[in-house]
Design a protein around this ligand. Structure first.
Ligand code: FAD
Length: 293
């Protein structure tokens, strides 16, 4: 009997992950599971544990490079009404993990609630934004977070405050847990001013980065202490460098684009080439921001 007997409605096999990642790259998930609520999620985790199978949790795949062979085990995707619910209560908003983050940012701005407008142009889900502490020079996801509920791999649900979640630069203490929802406390303000700030930040990104719709995963490398990864890569003359169908963006050297026909291998080869060039020229060892499965 298969580990997912009775759960066929929410478990598909050999699902191409290229359909679920911003890069449009990557091999299949052996099992692709879409639990509809928390009790189904807990049951899926229980079954995977009993079968001793590894698993990954997938948001919008905007910070992800999936290898051509696909990841081992199962991929869990939080989609559907339960996982996409967003509730505003005055300046407090509770958003489920699968809610679209850019949409949440826009809704907050339109309601005259400040705090998220600096995160314009960051694709993904609320769960992914929390796990990565997504952000940039105008703030980070954690800045206005009150707390979150997480499910541990053993199915136990715990509420954590922002302090308990241990945020840092593009990191959190989420670890192997699954984010279920997040509660943010925003700041009442003037919708027109917030809209103007949102647009200004969006325009700044649009002018300096590849278009959001291009096949990338945002910044490939984290900024090393005291430096910008993009500037180091640029100084090494890497803009426009290609491996197969992968190219270092001519506009922003910390973005690797996947063109028609690219493979995940091409992107990985280009990552290694870029890292080696920066290491040789500056002695800096660049650390990946993008998650590789
Ligand atoms: C064009 C472009 C621009 C970008 N700009 C920025 C930027 O300015 N700043 C920035 O920080 N990032 C940026 N990114 C990267 C990306 O948008 C963020 O990291 C985003 O938060 C990822 O969310 P996601 O839902 O797509 O997560 P995924 O890419 O699906 O997953 C990322 C990680 O989060 C984990 N995860 C996802 N959901 C959950 C959950 N519910 N519980 C626990 N773990 C979970 C995954 O397992 C994985 O480890 C950009 C990406 C693109 C394509």
């Amino acid at each position: 009997m298969s580990w997912y007997a009775g759960l066929e409605e929410i478990c598909r096999t050999d699902v191409p992950l290229r359909d679920y990642t911003w890069y449009r790259l990557g091999g299949p998930a052996r099992w692709f599971v879409t639990p509809r609520d928390e009790s189904e999620l807990a049951e899926v985790l229980r079954r995977l544990r009993a079968a001793d199978l590894p698993w990954h949790i997938l948001g919008r795949g905007a910070n992800l490079l999936v290898r051509d062979a696909g990841p081992p085990g199962a991929v869990i995707h939080l989609t559907g009404p339960h996982w996409e619910a967003v509730q505003f209560d005055g300046p407090v908003v509770r958003a489920a993990a699968g809610a679209d983050f850019p949409k949440l940012v826009k809704q907050s701005v339109e309601r005259g609630l400040g705090g998220l407008e600096g995160l314009a142009g960051i694709p993904g889900t609320v769960g992914g934004a929390l796990r990565m502490n997504a952000g940039g020079k105008y703030g980070s996801f954690a800045d206005h977070l009150r707390g979150a509920r997480l499910m541990a791999p053993d199915g136990v649900v715990r509420a954590r405050t922002r302090a308990e979640l241990g945020f840092g630069y593009r990191t959190s203490g989420v670890g192997a847990d699954i984010v279920l929802d997040a509660t943010l406390e925003l700041v009442p303000g003037d919708a027109a001013m917030l809209r103007a700030r949102f647009r200004a930040i969006w325009n700044e990104k649009h002018a300096t980065q590849p278009p959001v719709a291009a096949h990338s995963a945002g910044c490939i490398f984290k900024n090393p202490p005291g430096a910008a990864a993009g500037a180091l890569l640029d100084r090494c003359g890497l803009k426009g460098t290609r491996c197969g169908g992968a190219e270092i963006s001519p506009r922003h050297a910390n973005f690797i684009l996947a063109h028609e026909g690219a493979t995940a291998r091409d992107v990985l080869d280009l990552i290694e080439l870029a890292r080696a060039r920066v290491r040789a020229a500056t002695g800096v060892e660049l650390e990946l921001e993008v998650q590789v499965w």
